[in-house]
Design a protein around this ligand. Structure first.
Ligand code: XMP
Length: 506
């Protein structure tokens, strides 16, 4: 595997994803929490950083940990750090070193740059630049404005590049990373979904033995794939619970429960709608509603799992971005955030936690799900928030409001599917506004609810743009909703991007 040391760059996770796309396993670790080097770590990549190597207290690493042991590749800040430590000069750059650039010098004898074309486009993004390198360095690539685009420390497997190979704007970035990971470090490209399934199931069998595991399923991709993996390992000893919180989509409870049963899972559906509605009664503040939903869920799940005897483990669909300790570099001090997404369950239930997907990125979870033969309709589902329609009904929640929103949402989502637009948007849904407006139907004046439709494009939910759905499509959905859903006489479409808006309204 490859070790990626994070110095706080926004691109560190992208480096990991690119390396994984080469079917090579890698892990991200904070620069100041380096794991012991074992024989299976074949190389190290030092990430970028928003810091400057010239600042006191900026992130640093002891290079002797790796040098002459395994190959080292510094990217951007990583490259500047190596140059700085070895006697080079790093200064604030005076010319523009942000955006696209072309490599006008490429040393093709160098293994890192094998088959990288002259004139290929790369992406630069740095405020500092390497102005001079010591005699022990050779410059292996340049652009018109950046003399030291890439270097090698002579006679050593230590390389630095100031551009970012991990972003798609660097057109041959993947080839360059392949040169490093495969040719220089000698990693075998054998980390595949099949191999992941095989080794994960074997490990789970060994770890869990005859123990019982309980797991809450949500109908989402992560919990489903995690459950199928655990099920493959221990079969009926996996007890799954699917809670109807009364805030799911129309017919979702029945449909999802049915498909889980078809997959052979040992699953119990729990109708807890009334408990949730009671807990939510009269609450209008979004955070109070979220807490009420979260607490009720934990209570219901806890109660259900106590009906099972001898359960030792709690299975969870946690994925890698939830467990990476992110380095955040604020001013001169560097902190590490550990944001393990455990939702309060294990603490309350005193169970050991098993998380078979905690080394995978979301796209990898989908590939593993495909390998496991999970229905593409489940794997391709849009994200849906845990509090469900509870945060899409602005104001207080009642069963009647849920019914109205379910009807509206169902028309919108099925229309997206029928128009072939579902897979083109990242997430979609409807919001019931606490507003009534005047309308006219036939000869009658109406005074009914307003709903907003929301559809966004995104890659990770961190930023998003409103989906530019065709007018014709929106017109049809609008009249369908107003004609079919009693209580709604006006439909609006949300055209806000994130930031500054968010995807959900609450
Ligand atoms: P926002 O609204 O923050 O949403 O732009 C980003 C993504 O997170 C989902 N989301 C939630 N998911 N519990 C969840 O499980 C929540 O409380 C919650 N709030 C937002 C949202 O649906 C989107 O995918």
């Amino acid at each position: 595997q490859i070790l990626i040391l994070d110095f706080g760059s926004q691109y560190t996770q992208l480096i990991a994803r690119r390396v994984r796309e080469l079917n090579v396993y890698c892990e991200i670790h904070p620069f100041n929490k380096i794991p012991a080097l074992s024989a299976d770590i074949k190389g190290v990549i030092l990430s970028g950083s928003p810091c400057s190597v010239r600042d006191q207290g900026s992130p640093d690493v002891d290079l002797s940990l790796f040098e002459d042991k395994i190959p080292v590749l510094g990217v951007c800040y990583g490259a500047q750090l190596i140059a700085h430590k070895k006697g080079g000069t790093v200064m604030a750059s005076t010319s523009r070193e942000y955006g696209r650039a072309k490599l006008t010098k490429v040393d093709h004898h160098n293994e890192l740059l094998k088959e990288i074309s002259l004139d290929t486009q790369v992406w630069m993004s740095h405020a500092d630049t390497i102005k001079a390198v010591p005699d022990s360095f050779e410059i292996i690539s340049s652009t018109p404005s950046v003399d030291v685009a890439a270097y090698r420390v002579k006679g050593k497997q230590v390389y630095g590049i100031q551009f970012h190979p991990e972003v798609t704007h660097t057109l041959q970035g993947k080839e360059l990373l392949r040169n490093f990971v495969v040719h220089i470090c000698g990693c075998a490209q054998d980390w595949t979904a099949d191999q992941f399934v095989e080794s994960t199931v074997a490990n789970l069998k060994q770890k869990l033995g005859n123990d019982k595991v309980v797991m809450a399923l949500s109908g989402g991709v992560d919990s489903t794939v995690a459950a199928i993996l655990v099920h493959k390992a221990i079969g009926k000893n996996l007890h799954c619970i699917f809670v109807d919180n009364g805030l799911l989509r129309k017919n979702e409870f029945e449909q999802v429960l049915d498909s889980y049963k078809h997959m052979g899972l040992n699953i119990k559906g729990v109708d807890a709608k009334d408990k949730f509605y009671t807990a939510l009664n009269g609450h209008t503040d979004p955070e109070v509603k979220r807490k009420a939903i979260g607490k009720t869920f934990i209570d219901v799940f806890d109660e259900e799992s106590h009906l099972l005897t001898d359960v030792k483990w709690l299975g969870q669909g946690t994925i890698y971005p939830d467990v990476i300790e992110s380095v955040s570099v604020m001013g001169p001090s560097v902190t590490i955030k550990s944001h393990h997404n455990v939702g309060g369950l294990p603490a309350k239930m005193k169970l050991k936690v098993v998380e078979p997907l905690n080394t995978l990125f979301k796209d990898e979870v989908r590939v593993v799900g495909k390998t496991l033969g999970i229905d593409p309709l489940i794997l391709g589902r849009h994200p849906f928030p845990g509090p469900g329609l509870g945060i899409r009904i602005l104001g207080d929640i009642t069963a009647e409001k849920v019914r109205i929103l379910q009807e509206v949402d169902s028309i919108f989502i099925s229309s997206l599917r029928n128009a072939g637009l579902y897979d083109k948007v990242w997430q979609a849904g409807a919001i019931l506004l606490p507003v009534q407006s005047v309308g006219v139907m036939g000869d009658e004046r109406t005074y009914e609810q307003v709903v907003s439709l929301r559809a966004v494009t995104s890659t990770d939910g961190m930023t998003a743009d409103w989906a530019h759905l065709p007018y014709e499509f929106l017109a049809n959905v609008s009249s369908d909703i107003i004609n079919k859903v009693k209580g709604v006489n006006r439909v609006v479409y949300d055209i806000s991007s994130k930031p500054p808006a968010t995807i959900e309204w609450e």
